[in-house]
Design a protein. Structure first.
Length: 259
């Protein structure tokens, strides 16, 4: 996209949705942005965000995450921020396994599948509100982020793209773009150090890798769970997320190029 930065130095998973995905060329320029948390931004980064004139910033992290890593944004962007508290309850399971020294790669993978399943089944009220707020926001770019910008944010972006009629292949391609952006090895090392400080037995990188990976099986699992709840993804959007015709049209107007 012309004039839109492809990177923020302090937020490696910041990007424009569809910028590197041919199947999303129908999206309006500068309409939808996604990111990891914004607590490590430098002055250049904060100036960049200010210049983008974000209309609505949706922070999907828990309050404790925001306290430990507060966003560094200009006052106008802060004033346009809506905080959500999204974290599937099953996330506590793998944390307890780490503290007991019981986490294995297989258990971590299964935990991620369950987390994604709960994003689809247990977090519908938050995601429904998010979609409504996006449709009602003033003109300007929408920015959605969580901590890593791949899981909670990945599901939010997938729902938006589903609601406006984007193909699954294009949705998956955008989701997998985080593989190129998210610094998985450094995040694993940081996680190991953090768990050691908490008194956990040493946890191997292989056991943590599924948690920090971007795996298409995770997104497909969430979509399968959503479909199983209502019989189809269309019914899930309508009945679980309250995406009626006016809301769908508003989202299409906001994000799709005029055809």
């Amino acid at each position: 996209m012309q004039g839109t930065p492809t990177r923020l130095e302090g937020a490696p998973n910041f990007r424009e949705v569809g910028a590197n995905t041919p199947g999303l060329l129908e999206l309006k320029p500068r309409s939808l942005l996604r990111s990891s948390h914004l607590s490590f931004l430098n002055k250049k980064d904060t100036d960049t965000l200010k210049d983008l004139k974000i209309s609505l910033l949706c922070d999907l992290r828990l309050d404790e995450e925001r306290r430990s890593h507060p966003n560094r944004v200009d006052p106008q962007t802060a004033a346009r921020t809506k905080n959500f508290c999204i974290m599937p309850g099953s996330a506590e399971g793998f944390k307890q396994q780490i503290m007991r020294g019981e986490l294995t790669p297989e258990r971590a993978h299964n935990a991620m599948l369950e987390i994604y399943g709960e994003l689809a089944s247990e977090q519908t009220s938050d995601y429904s509100e998010l979609l409504r707020l996006i449709a009602e926001a003033p003109k300007g770019p929408i920015l959605i982020h969580c901590a890593a910008g791949k899981d909670r944010t990945g599901w939010a972006i997938a729902l938006i793209l589903l609601a406006i009629g984007i193909s699954f292949d294009a949705i998956l391609a955008d989701y997998l773009e985080s593989q190129k952006r998210f610094p998985i090895e450094s995040e694993i090392r940081a996680s190991q150090a953090e768990w050691a400080q908490k008194g956990a037995p040493k946890v191997g990188s292989a056991s943590l890798r599924p948690i920090y990976s971007v795996d298409e099986r995770y997104l497909k699992h969430a979509l399968t769970r959503a479909r199983s709840l209502r019989g189809s993804l269309e019914a899930y959007l309508e009945k679980s997320l309250a995406v009626d015709v006016p809301l769908r049209l508003a989202l299409q107007e906001r994000f799709l190029r005029t055809r």
